[in-house]
Design a protein around this ligand. Structure first.
Ligand SMILES: Nc1ncnc2c1ncn2[C@@H]1O[C@H](COP(=O)(O)OP(=O)(O)OP(=O)(O)O)[C@@H](O)[C@H]1O
Ligand SMILES: [Mg+2]
Length: 500
């Protein structure tokens, strides 16, 4: 066996994140790890990569027992890890990022030419194209992902851990990555893949280990299992299909008129966009990420000030308003990047939970500390946010649990309008179902919701109307109750007519 982890336990104080876990990896195997948010997947892999030290248990690589104090030790043993969040230097080139730390040098310092050649050779060998001389900041997320993998390969890894690699990728990029994973395995590399997407598991994995509450609930051969069994092992119950209710369209809440935004180089990133979101309605925006969705959201929220056109919320113009004034006018926002915009990771769950509430509760005269604490504790229970307490720091939460906290906070604002971008990114299938139910409940109470998601299945499941965005333009509108995945995909690829 290439890798054998035996009886691995990891405790944080009284909390057991991993309990007596047995996990093994064969040469040339793709082994998927699945499980609910907070089940302990990342923790297990952080121990393999030398970022955490097990409380007890043993790890053997190629039959030899090892103990790692740092990722450096793990790398020296041929183990590489690509994290849930990329760790690249945006202002460096692709080649520089890949070779950094182990770069080829000559008498006059860093050998750029050689680095570029090595990166080219590596990317050809494994069929993962990257532009070596481009800056990272100019690369799409799919390219950045390939860079992270190439970086690991450059360091000679033959055990490659990928922690939710497809969470931020477009459907085409996901396909490319899955192909690359298969090709790596066929060339003798061994892959550990953490993902919440069970169809990806069924496509590439040889074996699957399911974790639940820090324990292994099963290790299965892909050929002996199916999506239903895996979900049951993960969640411990059957999932119910969502039944979409009748349209409830009420009065207009958000109006966007002729909105345009210039990007770098004068090319519009949002181009003459017009739409309305009504009370009791979920309007979905579908599109391959990078087609202006981010800029559209940021201009509505007042985070990108310079634009032409008009945006109004319940009749109040939002132009030239500060983000907090826009929130007061009735907007809540689940941002697409929970680390950059959604949370302060060195603050507590409580602090993160009450962000934005201080103002409204202060209106009552005093800050009701107890009321705020009770409120956040209530969400922890309702959304099943796995945390030792509300005084835990946010960075100790698993990715999906932090996402649940942000969604809970924004829904609790009970605003007439909610923008929710990638609301279920990184959350497990049970939590996804729960969040979808909560969004539908808000709609039923008359809330107006703008849903921006790169998950087409999510947009189709929840939206009353779907607007397709392509190169900053709304290129089509379809009825969410009748739309098909094929029709929307076609529009997403640019095959549509202008809207309005
Ligand atoms: N440094 C830490 N201190 C305290 N608790 C921690 C720490 N790191 C992780 N945990 C806890 O351990 C549990 C497992 O976390 P982990 O990140 O492994 O989950 P996960 O399975 O990767 O979940 P997700 O799917 O949401 O990424 C979580 O409840 C988390 O809060
Ligand atoms: Mg994780």
């Amino acid at each position: 066996m290439l890798l054998q982890m035996e009886q691995i336990t990891k405790k944080y104080g009284d909390f057991t994140a991993n309990e007596a876990i047995n996990f093994s990896l064969r040469e040339g195997e793709v082994h998927a790890i699945v499980g609910e948010n907070g089940a302990g997947k990342t923790t297990l892999m952080r121990m393999l990569y030398g970022m955490e030290i097990p409380t007890s248990g043993s790890i053997a690589v190629r039959g030899k027992e090892v103990s790692f104090d740092s990722p450096r030790d793990a790398i020296a043993n041929g183990i590489g890890m690509v994290h849930q969040h990329f760790m690249l230097f945006p202002s460096f080139t692709v080649a520089e990022n890949i070779v950094i730390g182990t770069e080829p040098s000559s008498a006059i310092g860093f050998n750029r030419k050689q680095a570029v050649q090595q990166v080219k050779a590596l990317s050809e060998k494994y069929g993962m194209p990257v532009p070596p001389e481009k800056k990272v900041s100019e690369c799409a997320l799919g390219t950045q992902q390939r860079m992270e993998i190439l970086k690991v390969l450059y360091r000679g890894a033959d055990i490659i851990v990928l922690d939710e690699p497809t969470a931020v990728l477009t459907p085409i990029e996901v396909k490319e990555l899955l192909t690359a994973i298969k090709s790596l395995a066929s060339q003798g590399k061994s892959i550990i893949l953490i993902t919440h997407k069970l169809h990806e598991v069924m496509e590439v994995a040889d074996r699957i280990t399911v974790l639940r509450n820090g324990k292994v609930t099963g290790t299965l051969n892909k050929t002996d299992t199916n999506i239903e069994e895996l979900s049951r092992l993960m969640v411990g119950r059957e999932l119910a299909p969502v039944i979409k209710q009748e349209p409830l369209q009420g009065k207009p809440v958000l109006k966007v008129r002729n909105l345009s935004l210039q990007g770098e180089g004068g090319k519009p990133v949002v181009d003459q966009v017009n739409f309305t979101v009504h009370a009791g309605e979920i309007v979905g925006i579908a599109g391959v990420s990078g087609n202006g969705q981010t800029e559209l959201i940021q201009s509505i929220c007042g985070l990108l000030p310079t634009h032409t056109g008009n945006i109004s919320l319940l009749g109040t113009s939002l132009i030239n308003k500060q983000p907090h004034q826009i929130r007061q006018a009735g907007l809540a926002h689940v941002p697409e990047d929970r680390y950059q915009w959604g949370s302060a990771k060195d603050r507590t769950v409580l602090d993160n939970g009450i962000m934005g509430f201080q103002r409204s509760k202060q209106k009552l005269g005093i800050l009701h500390h107890k009321a705020l604490r009770d409120m956040v504790a209530g969400w922890v229970k309702k959304f099943d946010i796995k945390t030792s307490s509300i005084h835990n720091t946010a960075q100790n939460l698993s990715g999906g649990n932090l996402q649940k906290l942000i969604v809970a906070r924004e829904l609790a604002q009970e605003t007439p309008f909610l923008i929710t971008a990638e609301p279920t990114r990184g959350v497990d299938i049970g939590a996804m179902e729960f969040i979808h139910d909560q969004l539908l409940a808000k709609r039923k109470e008359g809330g107006a919701i703008l849903l921006v998601s790169s998950e087409l299945s999510e947009v189709l499941k929840l939206s009353d109307r779907i607007l397709v965005i392509y190169e900053g333009k709304i290129v089509g509108e379809v009825n969410g109750h009748e739309a098909t995945e094929e029709a929307i995909s076609l529009l997403m690829a640019g095959g549509g007519n202008n809207h309005e």
